[in-house]
Design a protein around this ligand. Sequence first.
Ligand SMILES: *Cc1c(COP(=O)(O)O)cnc(C)c1O
Length: 342
Amino acid sequence: MIDLRSDTVTVPTDGMRQAMARADVGDDVYGEDPTVNRLQDMAAALLGKRAALFVPSGTMANQLAIRSQTQPGQEVIVESKSHVVRYEQGAAGALAGVQLHWIAGDRGLVTAEQVETAIRPKDPHSIPTALICLENTHNAGGGTIYPLSTIEKIRAAAVKHGIPMHLDGARLFNAVAATTLPAAAYAQHFETVSVCLSKGLGAPVGSLLISSDLQLIDRAKRFRRMYGGAMRQAGILAAAGIYALEHHAVRLKDDHEHAKRLARLLQAIPCVRLALQHVETNIVIFDVVDHRLTPPEIVAALKAQGVLVNAIGGQSFRAVTHLNVTGAQIDQAGAIVARVLT
Ligand SMILES: *Cc1c(COP(=O)(O)O)cnc(C)c1O
């Protein structure tokens, strides 16, 4: 099976499993797991920040960022197709008691003008804007990369209004691999950044919340405990994260080449619509137009031939390249999709 549904399907490599087996561990609730501490220090340094907190999921990292930087009854500016809006089960409302103010981006990317328009005036009637969240790369936008210049402009607007910024960087290292900019170049514009170790980086579990505000990290630690995310001998998992950052971050560019290769193969199929220039990282979004099969039938037909992709609404499909898909499998997948659709 060639599984292109998501980069979350990656499984630990042999080297990663060995690193996990060898990990020194302790009780992380006491702050005594040396491997967790090493991962946190390493991630903070990579992003040019002072501290990091290891958490079970990207959702928890985002939610701790929101909870730690807002009060109930405040508002958070988010892009309308962002993970925080679509895939976190309403946690911002349910757990932090904040209201989300959606603004629609172009393939997930918003402009400084849009953000500034969305910031509420400070008057007796308006809800206070407490936080601005961006997502880089943008998942539902198709793995799109925020130009640094756009982030700088949004940052200038945020600073002008005194509002902190959070980056959902679940796939920040994909942006880093694609642009060769250091992660810190992005991170410098945000009070908090979340990164996922379990997407293209290939760790089985784990995300980090990263910030230079030590009090904020302390608050987030308390909420992590409240949300059930405090772990004990988590060094086994952190070792996978360290291995991922040391060995797998550099190979994300292979996934990007594979995505372009797959996109070119798909583009050659008559009923497929796809903009090659929109394939910026490891996500390929394509439409199948005027086909006798419905999207669920297309997914099933591809599955029967050994290719897994996701239907994502309308005529659109998503294929994601990752660690466990080789170049040869990309060619194979392209041929199978062509056969099934033609
Ligand atoms: C995957 C993802 C997350 C985190 O997902 P979890 O399944 O909770 O780890 C957060 N943001 C984005 C953009 C993602 O793609």
